[in-house]
Design a protein around this ligand. Structure first.
Ligand code: ADP
Ligand code: MG
Length: 620
């Protein structure tokens, strides 16, 4: 007769804790049992390498998963090292006892024989009680003649007795709980669910996991050697692409694949993909950035956000590292220092790849930029420029001198000898930037102007402040300092002679503009509106469009009149004749300038009335 033994008191508490709280996900019990089977197979295989009398090839070591629906049994067999009576007692009778941990410790000095043992905490086995009302383990240790049975219903103890078993290895028989209203346990007896769980969590267990499928055919479910573990020369581009499409649900090949193999502390392999098109939910809150995380080929979690910086959130892929300190449930990591190191290396690598791509494969890079450039720009803006150094050479802008997108370094290369600043203008479209009077002036002086047509662009340049020690300068803000002394003097003279006109205009428009002056930046246009340093019109528009901004932000407005335009003459003579009619003209001038800037005019009805009056006047 076998005597039923009690779990030690603390074990009992621990077991309860474990079953009820360590794991958030019941389905992982299968991962734990298969990982144990894999560890047991590893141990035997490793022994055979050390002891030439033991003849075992990797192919003999198979893991089988069977279902006995009638008896609600899920059965997992392995042909690994097995357990003798004492071992059953020690490892399964005491929670948190792990032979695997000791085995790994003993081997850790043996560089020549690295083993990938997965277990380390000695609790994985008990996770099976989350779904089982009873567990039976029949095991025969390698090289022993006797087999033993361990039985437990998880609550009040276990029983060990003699048993029959032909080969060395272990069979775990889980009697699956009855389904309840809240919990569907039946699924763990369905081949379909089991297959998909094996594929998700244990696909890269290095021994075949064999199951009878619904058609009663035996099949190896797992793919065993992960693609990313193979040497680069053994994996074709097509295989990498197919893997991407299957794993990350894309119908198209990726734009770029990056394979990383890093030896160090921590060591890791990574397989990274940049999609060719924007994922359909990329700009919605449903999109979850992050990389899949594996440890020793065992799936730990999907979409770990710490592995990839926000500005590369469009990169898909996975990381596999043997050096992660996982917590007891393998669901989360104990501390994220290792993750930080991995993430930094990944970030640097992507950055380098993108820079190379921009240089050598411009068309491809521009595709990427069109799809995901905003993430990169946002990365600079949202970090208040902290990511500037890393990301500034990945930026592309439209420009006045080339039909193609240009990088900042390309702009700087083309800068004129005496040019000290990088000029830009913001607008809704390239066409709008092109017709801007201020841009026309800077272009006429032979300088290149960047056309910023994305709302965030100007904010990005603002946090960057400069590039290669050259400041960014808006062509419609502040002083441009692009005229010679002679012209300056001429403008001063004209300002003097139009003094009364200008102050009268300024007085009438005082509630709309901060100043009215003669312009040093207009070529053919009669007027323009510029803003002072600080808030620009483009930023004013964007900020006021934000839902949380109910206060209207206003840029400082300066109305500039072209000193060389006939209009100045006309205004002056009108002022002399009748200063009162000038008021209507002042309003029209201001509204016109607003229209050119793409700013709304305050009273369109009034504006058109005044234009109509003007037409009538001139026809008289
Ligand atoms: P861990 O895998 O973290 O060590 P487990 O609770 O999963 O913890 O297993 C505890 C111990 O039980 C293992 O270290 C191992 O010694 C033993 N064990 C469990 N399953 C098997 C098996 N299928 N074959 C041989 N030994 C096993
Ligand atoms: Mg284990």
């Amino acid at each position: 007769m076998t005597r039923k033994k009690q779990f030690k008191a603390e074990s009992k508490r621990l077991l309860d804790l474990m079953i009820n709280s360590i794991y958030t996900n019941k389905e992982i019990f299968l991962r734990e049992l298969l990982s144990n089977a894999s560890d047991a197979s590893d141990k035997l295989y490793f022994k055979s390498l050390q002891d030439t009398d033991i003849k075992i090839s990797k192919n003999d070591l198979q893991i089988r998963v069977d279902v006995d629906t009638e008896n609600r049994q899920l059965i997992i067999h392995d042909r690994g090292i097995g357990m003798n009576k004492e071992e059953l007692e020690t490892y399964l009778g005491t929670i948190a006892k792990s032979d695997s941990h000791a085995f790994k410790e003993a081997l850790s000095d043996d560089e020549a024989n690295p083993v990938d043992i997965i277990g380390q905490f000695g609790v994985g086995f008990y996770s099976a009680f989350m779904v089982s009302s009873k567990i039976e383990v029949i095991s025969k240790a390698y090289g022993h003649n006797d087999a033993y049975r361990f039985e437990s219903n998880g609550l009040d103890g276990y029983r060990i007795s003699e048993a029959e078993r032909e080969h060395h290895g272990t069979t775990i028989i889980c009697t699956i709980k009855e389904s309840t209203d809240e919990e569907d346990y039946d699924q763990f007896l369905e081949p379909f669910t089991l297959t998909s769980l094996i594929k998700t969590y244990s696909d890269y267990i290095p021994y075949p996991i064999i199951m009878k499928t619904e058609e009663d055919k035996e099949e190896t479910i797992n793919s065993m050697v992960p693609l990313w573990k193979r040497s680069k020369s053994d994996v074709s581009k097509e295989q990498l692409n197919d893997f991407y499409k299957e794993k990350f649900n894309d119908f198209e090949d990726p734009l770029k694949t990056i394979q990383m193999k890093v030896e160090g502390v921590p060591s890791f392999d990574a397989l990274l993909y940049i999609p060719k098109h924007v994922p359909h939910n990329f700009y919605s809150t449903v999109y979850e950035p992050g990389l899949q995380l594996y440890s020793r080929g065992v799936f730990i979690m999907d979409r770990n956000k710490d592995l990839i910086p926000e500005h590369f959130r469009f990169v898909q892929g996975l990381v596999d590292s043997p050096d992660l300190s996982l917590n007891i449930s393998r669901e989360i990591l104990q501390h994220d220092r290792q993750l930080k190191v991995i993430s930094n290396r990944i970030e640097r690598r992507i950055q380098r790849e993108l820079e190379t791509m921009m240089k050598n494969d411009r068309d491809e890079y521009e595709k990427l930029w069109t799809n995901f450039g905003s993430s990169i720009k946002y990365g600079i803006y949202s970090s208040f420029g902290m990511n500037k150094e890393k990301l500034q050479d990945l930026l592309l802008f439209n420009s006045s001198t080339t039909n193609q997108l240009t990088s900042l370094s390309e702009y700087v290369e083309r800068m004129k000898e005496n040019q000290e600043e990088i000029y830009f203008i913001s607008g809704e479209s390239i066409a709008k930037c092109e017709i801007s009077p201020q841009a026309e002036f800077v272009r006429s002086k032979g300088y290149e102007v960047l056309y910023l047509i994305d709302e965030i662009d100007e904010f990005v340049l603002q946090v960057m402040m400069n590039y290669d020690e050259k400041n960014f300068k808006s062509v419609n803000q502040g002083d441009l300092d692009l005229i010679d002394d002679e012209t300056k003097e001429a403008i001063e003279k004209k300002t003097e002679s139009s003094k009364d006109l200008l102050s009268s205009l300024k007085e009438h428009l005082s509630h709309k503009v901060d100043d009215v002056k003669l312009s040093s930046r207009l070529v053919s246009h009669p007027v323009c509106l510029v803003s002072d340093e600080g808030l620009s019109f483009e930023m004013e528009k964007v900020l006021n469009a934000l839902p949380e901004n109910d206060e209207t932000m206003k840029a400082q407005r300066i109305l500039e009149i072209n000193p060389d335009h006939e209009l100045l003459q006309a205004l002056n003579s009108m002022y002399e004749k009748n200063p009162d009619t000038l008021k209507d003209y002042a309003d029209i001038l201001y509204d016109q300038a607003c229209l050119i800037e793409g700013l709304p005019i305050e009273d369109p009805v009034e504006f058109s009335k005044k234009i109509a009056n003007l037409m009538i006047e001139t026809s008289k």
